[in-house]
Design a protein around this ligand. Structure first.
Ligand code: IVH
Length: 683
């Protein structure tokens, strides 16, 4: 395929994929399978990799996020065109009636209400110009927000381009909520539990945290969604808020299907009562109902208080709680040896699901609540999902109950537990021989984000119990008889398992490093370490000083790395896994071009892309990123709010100072660029 053919194919693929995205996300009626869709997307990704000159910010591939591994520039901040306000809360029908009375007092005009679900996520403000999404800001302090556009573009229901000819205004802001559906939330927390990372307390925190992540690729994996509920555009002065949302829907924007126009407060109350029950069947979190005066004219008449509009109010649902009994307490040992107390409860119905277990977090939390077996306790679903024990009903405490004592030895292997001074957790130090730790490590090693090996919990348990697997490398030396002895394993399962083992040999170094299960080395840290040290030998022989010099590596992490490598069994594991053919060095990324070869580029100020991306871009074109302005600096790229001392120094030394735009033209000259002033296409 030559360049012209590639360009044509890329354009055709983009069009086809965009059409399928519309079928899938907007019309809810996909016309091809996910698999076929993936094939198209993969072909486009590959072609764009081969021909980076055709990459484009509005390609559907941009939706799965940038591929940059490490982007730790803070978010740029921009002002909202209109301040982002909050809502006054009401907790009872009485308070709601007061709101209705205030509205009636504030206007002589007839009005109606629009009732909407209160989505429980994090606020977002989208700015569209000429039908293109140009900026997405978080609420921030209501006046200035963080620019999270790249992350927002990973949310598939948010169009980067509005539907052609649908009549959208030239420029408008539309606000809404980014939320995490329960399915994505469960998946995320299950994975975090396996990785022994702290769990998100509820989908709201998870959504807000995800939106602020630095790697858009990681955001894309979080399964966020969005609903928009507040349009600010000219031309609606005599119209209805509900009409503005209908219009937004027609332009291709995601708008809730569950809103209702209500002619008076009685109808509002019916809506609230209906949804207080129905919401338990929704696949996403809600924490109330928002009641808004529908007529923009009346809204303007009513105006605002300092923080909230007088024409809208939130009615908050009461968090559900249930009273049940603690039957027993288990102490679970995770892959890193952390011991977590878990309460077994008399089954109780809460928010539509039966709750049987609740985490007690750690010894301190148990002491704080003074939890005892036999106690009656209140359970609540934090953000509707993880059941937590909020308090003990002391009036029901059985006579003669005794305070629960945290075990002194490991419930699995009997080794005395040690307390981590930095956390409130007890650990079993017998990391290499404690059965649940070994199983946990094998499962972690095999997990999707690590080596992605086709094996489940039951099989791992049996392999460990029969001592066929004691160390990670043993997975690569299992014979067919051993595998066929596993419950429900037939020829096909063995075949799949072996194929995944083979594939694991191509898994990049940073994932292998993550898979080893070194304490405190999560996915991001593994990436940082892999790109810094380049191979396992350099990492294994690094001193503490060399480790803490790496960005984001602190003393605790450095100590865990040193401890892990100082253990001869681990050195053996690395050697054996090397022999098995796993990747233990980072592949050097081939540069995109050598247009900046021999040049030292110094950057200062803010750009339209994160600074880390800018650095990556310089290196991708074979340039060097300077650390200060010196005589050997080739260019100083001055972004917004460029440091005046650097500019001054450059001027003194006669170093050319160029703009971001000029820089792109030097880095990626494109003679065929139709519009020389167009935004540069980067990735
Ligand atoms: S309207 C000026 N509508 O709840 C009008 N907000 O507690 C501002 N929220 O800040 C917002 N669902 O982040 C509106 N249907 C909905 C909403 C909603 C969720 C959030 C939003 C707001 C917060 C107030």
């Amino acid at each position: 395929m030559d360049k012209t053919q590639a360009k044509r194919r890329i354009e055709a693929l983009r069009e086809e994929i965009n059409a399928h995205n519309r079928h899938y996300y907007l019309e809810n009626s996909p016309i091809i399978s996910d698999y076929e869709f993936d094939l198209l997307l993969r072909e486009l990704i590959e072609l764009e990799e081969l021909y980076p000159e055709f990459k484009s910010a509005d390609s559907p591939t941009a939706k799965v996020g940038s591929d940059l591994e490490k982007e730790n520039a803070p978010f740029a901040q921009y002002p909202h065109l209109h301040p982002m306000l909050s809502l006054a809360n009401t907790y009872s029908i009485e308070e709601l009636s007061d709101f209705d009375s205030r509205v009636k007092k504030g206007t002589d005009s007839p009005f109606t209400y629009n009732c909407e679900l209160k989505f429980d996520g994090t606020g977002i403000n989208l700015l569209y110009r000429g039908g293109i999404l140009v900026r997405a800001l978080t609420r921030g302090d209501g006046t200035v927000g963080d620019d999270v556009t790249r992350n927002i573009k990973t949310i598939k229901s948010i169009p980067v381009q509005l539907k052609d000819g649908s009549g959208y205004p030239e420029e408008f802001e539309i606000r809404g909520e980014v939320y995490m559906p329960f399915a994505s939330f469960d998946k995320l927390n299950i994975q975090r539990e396996l990785d022994e990372e702290p769990l998100f307390a509820n989908p709201r925190n998870a959504a807000a945290g995800s939106l602020k992540m630095l790697s858009s690729k990681a955001v894309a994996e979080r399964g966020l969604d969005c609903v928009l509920y507040h349009l600010i555009a000219p031309g609606y002065e005599d119209s209805l808020h509900s009409k503005s949302l209908e219009d937004a829907r027609n332009w291709g924007l995601p708008v809730s299907d569950f809103s209702r126009k209500c002619s008076d407060i009685e109808e509002v109350v019916n809506y609230i009562q209906e949804w207080d029950t129905r919401r338990h069947g929704l696949p996403f979190p809600t924490d109330g109902v928002v009641v808004k005066v529908d007529q923009y004219r009346v809204q303007t008449q009513l105006g605002f208080t300092a923080k909230t509009p007088k024409w809208a109010v939130a009615y908050k649902f009461k968090p559900e709680e249930a009273l049940t009994k603690i039957e027993s307490i288990d102490y679970q040992v995770g892959r890193t040896g952390a011991v977590t107390p878990v309460a077994n409860l008399s089954p109780v119905l809460l928010s539509g699901t039966t709750v049987k277990r609740a985490t007690l977090h750690n010894a301190d939390q148990m002491d704080l609540l003074d939890i005892r077996v036999g106690d009656s306790v209140y359970v609540e679903k934090g953000g509707e999902i993880i059941p937590k024990i909020t308090r003990v009903e002391l009036s029901k405490r059985p006579a003669g109950s005794v305070p629960e004592e945290f075990p002194k030895t490991c419930p699995a292997c009997g080794t005395p537990l040690v307390r981590d001074p930095e956390q409130s957790k007890f650990f079993c130090p017998n990391s290499d021989f404690c059965p649940p730790q070994t199983e946990g490590k094998i499962l972690h090693f095999s997990s999707r984000k690590a080596m992605d090996i086709n094996i489940g919990e039951v099989a791992v348990h049996q392999l460990c119990e029969r001592e066929y697997v004691k160390e990670l490398q043993d997975l690569y030396n299992l014979d067919d008889l051993q595998l066929l002895s596993l419950d429900k394993w037939k020829g096909k399962s063995v075949e799949n398992f072996r194929a995944s083992l083979e594939k694991s040999k191509t898994v990049p170094f940073h994932r292998v490093l993550y898979a080893l299960g070194i304490r405190n080395v999560g996915e991001t840290t593994a990436k940082t370490l892999a790109s810094h040290f380049k191979n396992i030998d350099a990492l294994a022989s690094a001193s503490k000083e060399a480790l803490v010099e790496v960005e984001d590596v602190g003393e605790t992490l450095a100590d865990s790395i040193l401890n892990w490598f100082s253990e001869p069994r681990h050195a053996k594991t690395v050697e054996e896994l090397k022999k098995a053919g796993l990747q233990f060095s980072a592949e050097e990324k081939a540069p995109v071009s050598d247009t900046l070869k021999g040049m030292t580029i110094m950057i200062t100020g803010n750009y339209s892309i994160p600074r880390e991306t800018m650095k990556y871009y310089i290196e991708a074109h074979s340039g060097k990123v300077g650390s200060s302005v010196t005589a050997s600096t080739t260019y100083l790229v001055a972004g917004a709010k460029a440091g005046s001392s650097k500019l001054e120094k450059a001027r003194k030394l006669g170093i050319p100072v160029i703009s971001e735009e000029e820089f792109y033209r030097i880095a990626a000259p494109d003679e065929n660029r139709e519009d020389k002033n167009a935004e540069p296409t980067l990735f």
